[in-house]
Design a protein around this ligand. Structure first.
Ligand code: PRX
Length: 652
């Protein structure tokens, strides 16, 4: 990948950018780096609305950080109520478009009303600060409404992406010991209903901890409600209106005074073991950094229409559909369905219709759209766009150029944003208008973010050398813990380089100090910008009665970046491999979710292992990537296995 092509910021954009030029930006960065805690504390005092001020910027007992100690705050209040007082009551907060074409525009005043009413519903059912709610919903406004209502009361929410299976949902409900599930009958995707409530019923089978299930009616299909446990969202709201005094009080359900470090949400992400990790984010620091990155990275103005195409079930949706933009008082576009429904022009039709000015999507989506040709974007007026964003994986130069030329018409800077579920918000990205762009590089760490690249001993590697990407100083939106598993938190993130956060990514820095993120160094794959664990898919596969062993690796894929490839050995028996391949793909879909289904299943007689019995995925990765095996294989127990696997590939 070449670093030589540099794009100066579009001159029109640069003229009006909020950060004026590289030297101004360097100054902010140097000021921040000289005392990061003080830097963030100044911003926190200025940018957030506090019920009680904090008295200490940071309490850092590595690896446990507490930001803005002693402060009292409420995330929902900061995302909703304060905008009513700031003259934004009639400003649209959410512009929502359903896949079938239905639409809703919700102003900040209306959002306040809807959130307050739903918070009252939760309160009336007996839920309170510290309880856990699992939210399993399609991309309808009631999803952010439910999240904000939880935040209003201090209920810790955990959104589970609607594509996850009943099994995966159950595992998360159990891990959190959640007492309520908020869901819907279903949602629309590619013209078909994706049912959700039946998966909740399966997940809750004989699980006693969940007292209530609230079901939002989206599709209207026949839905069974379990007596005493399940309630329609609209029925519970209607009950509020039975008594005028209750209805009136519900319009103003009070936002609770919560500690800065009160847990805001837990979001599960794949790690290097079979069990997903519950990433814990807390209130004030998370809110501050998602808000500041809206300003620095997206150059947000009051008049902007901001559209992030992620699903709220992933961290990108949490931070850049809900908390960041709403804390900033922005107008957010939210779309329920698929980018190719009813045709490949859907994204561009929405951009034109809603006059989207900032558009944030993934390289996978861009590559899928490139394949359909330029006629789709060319059929629409995209002149409202002024800034484009990318997230989830490195953006390859070809996709970057297309995004820049065909979508941005060479007017719009592209912000390539590197971050993770654990970082909570964007960490490495250009300040558009100030930082010159290089396709494929996320450019520079943001102010107050002390990122570095080190070798296996934790020593900085110097320019143009590959190493591990780490973060040296705590930052406000950092993961605080792994839910219920502090040991894993310490081991996973804080043990490789003492005192520093280990990202699990490889990167190098060029002579201009630009960061080039190269991908994961652990057993985590990145498929369509979603993180998948090899171990999680492997343990799903070995649950199948026919499977003896399984090893999963990511293989390069033109559209999705990586695709799941599973090597499988079978137990004794009379199996039809052809049928079994399909069956195993479905099986993984049922155990985890359709998005985790292997693209390819390869049956083999044995797997390459070290003498101590560990599967050498590195070799399998080489087979699917370069179709050959190089490197050190001296620890292999059975070298013939590799020879067979390689030969098998050559025959294909
Ligand atoms: O490998 C990096 C890649 O995605 C991982 C984080 O995945 P997740 O927690 O699911 O969050 C995705 C959205 C923030 C990282 O460890 N990644 C994310 N953004 C980029 C990226 N790799 C390169 N460039 C990016 N802009």
């Amino acid at each position: 990948m070449s670093d030589s092509k540099v794009y100066s910021p579009g001159s029109e954009f640069a003229k009006n950018a909020q950060i004026q030029g590289m030297s101004a930006y360097r100054e902010i960065q140097e000021h921040a780096a000289s005392d990061p805690a003080k830097f963030w504390a100044e911003l926190a005092s200025r940018e957030l609305t506090w019920f009680e001020p904090f008295h200490q910027p940071l309490d850092w007992q590595p690896p446990f950080a507490k930001w803005f100690v002693g402060g009292k705050i409420n995330a929902c209040y900061n995302c909703v109520d304060r905008h009513l007082l700031a003259g934004r009551a009639d400003k649209p907060a959410l512009i929502w478009e359903g896949e079938p074409g239905d639409e809703r525009v919700i102003t900040y005043r209306e959002l306040h009303r809807l959130v307050s009413r739903f918070a009252t519903v939760l309160q009336n059912l007996g839920y309170k600060t510290g309880d856990r709610a699992v939210i399993y919903m399609p991309m309808v406004p009631e999803l952010p409404i439910a999240m904000l209502a939880c935040a209003r009361l201090g209920i810790i929410h955990s959104v589970v992406f609607g594509g996850f299976s009943a099994e995966a949902l159950r595992a998360r409900i159990e891990d959190l010991d959640a007492s309520i599930v908020i869901t819907a009958d279903g949602g629309w995707r590619r013209g078909k209903e994706v049912r959700l409530k039946p998966a909740v019923d399966t997940a809750l089978h004989d699980l006693l901890g969940v007292k209530h299930v609230i079901v939002y009616r989206r599709t209207g299909s026949a839905t069974e409600l379990k007596d005493g446990r399940d309630f329609w969202w609209h029925d519970l709201e209607r009950h509020l209106d039975d008594h005028a005094s209750v209805a009136q009080a519900a319009e103003h359900c009070e936002a609770k005074d919560l500690d800065s470090e009160h847990p805001l949400y837990v979001l599960y992400t794949s790690g290097t073991t079979g069990k997903p990790k519950g990433i814990l984010h807390t209130t004030a620091g998370y809110l501050l950094q998602t808000l500041m990155t809206m300003k620095w990275v997206f150059d947000l103005r009051d008049e902007d229409i901001f559209w992030c195409t992620a699903d709220i079930g992933w961290v990108t949706g949490h931070s850049y559909i809900v908390y960041g933009p709403l804390a900033a008082g922005a107008t957010v576009v939210m779309y329920e369905g698929a980018p190719d429904y009813p045709d490949f022009g859907r994204f561009w039709q929405i951009v034109e219709k809603r006059k989207v000015s900032i558009f944030y999507t993934s390289p996978t989506a861009i590559r899928a759209l490139i394949r359909q040709g330029d006629r789709w974007p060319e059929a629409h007026d995209l002149s409202s766009l002024r800034l484009l964003g990318s997230v989830g994986e490195p953006i390859n130069p070809a996709a970057w150029e297309w995004y820049h030329n065909v979508i941005g018409k060479q007017r719009c800077p592209i912000v390539d944003t590197w971050w993770q579920t654990e970082t909570g918000s964007i960490m490495i990205a250009p300040a558009p208008g100030a930082v010159p762009l290089k396709p494929g590089s996320a450019t520079l760490p943001l102010p107050g973010i002390l990122a570095d690249i080190v070798d296996s001993k934790g020593e900085p590697v110097g320019n143009n050398r590959e190493g591990y990407l780490i973060v040296r100083h705590p930052w406000p939106s950092m993961v605080r813990n792994v839910w219920g598993d502090p040991k894993r938190f310490v081991e996973q993130y804080w043990s490789r380089v003492p005192g520093s956060y280990f990202t699990g990514d490889a990167a190098r820095r060029d002579d201009d100090g630009y960061f080039w993120v190269l991908g994961r160094v652990d057993d985590v794959m990145n498929v369509s910008g979603h993180r998948l664990s090899t171990m999680e898919i492997e343990s799903a596969l070995v649950h199948h009665p026919a499977v003896a062993e399984a090893a999963v690796v990511g293989k390069p894929h033109e559209i999705t970046g990586q695709a799941v490839c599973a090597f499988v050995t079978l137990k004794q028996g009379d199996w039809s491999r052809e049928k079994l391949g399909d069956e195993l793909r479905q099986w993984v879909g049922r155990e985890i979710g359709a998005f985790a289904r292997p693209e390819e299943i390869r049956f083999t007689d044995g797997l390459p292992k070290t003498r101590s019995g560990k599967i050498m995925r590195r070799l399998l990765r080489e087979i699917v990537t370069t179709h050959a095996v190089t490197g050190d294989v001296t620890t292999l127990e059975d070298l013939t296995v590799i020879a067979k696997l390689s030969a098998q590939h050559d025959e294909e």
